[in-house]
Write a protein that binds this ligand. Structure first.
Ligand SMILES: [Fe+2]
Ligand SMILES: [Fe+2]
Length: 152
């Protein structure tokens, strides 16, 4: 499940780059930067799993990662894609935490807690971004507000 999760995190990495490119194309550079940073975080999540597997002496091959679109109808569609990808990842980590309990694997269970907390933050961030876009605010004027979304 953890090797499969590497692909999930790297897919999220690619998907966020796709969204960052879409925003950049609209000259919404601060929005683009937020998703660019988000992409970097996802690559770090993948690396964190790789280190954990290696620390546990698991030998594995890296899974394949598919392409990611840069074409979206509008900003709301970008946020929607990000939000549904985050909820999918949350479901994956919950399933892994459940499997760790069933296997009496306290170390893996502990390892997964960090990700579950991270997912809570990321889902909340996407919900806030969705509300911001739905408010109808001009996205250029909304750019200074994005700093607060990236604190903590
Ligand atoms: Fe992640
Ligand atoms: Fe994420």
């Amino acid at each position: 499940m953890l090797t499969a999760q590497i692909a999930s995190e790297l897919s999220a990495h690619m998907n966020y780059h796709g969204i960052a490119i879409w925003f950049r194309r609209q000259s919404l550079d601060r929005w683009s930067k937020l998703f660019w940073n988000q992409a970097t975080e996802e690559a770090e999540h993948a690396a964190k799993i790789m280190r954990f597997l290696d620390d546990n002496d698991v030998h594995y091959d890296l899974p394949g990662v598919g392409p990611a679109t840069t074409k979206f109808a509008n900003a709301a569609a970008c946020i929607q894609a990000a939000a549904s990808s985050e909820s999918k990842v949350t479901r994956e980590f919950k399933a892994m935490a459940q499997a760790a309990i069933e296997e009496n694997d306290a170390v893996a269970h502990q390892f997964l807690q960090w990700f579950l907390e991270e997912q809570l933050e990321e889902e909340s961030k996407m919900a806030k971004l969705s509300d911001l876009v739905a408010s109808g605010i001009n996205l250029f004027q909304a750019e200074p507000l994005l700093d607060s979304f990236e604190e903590g």
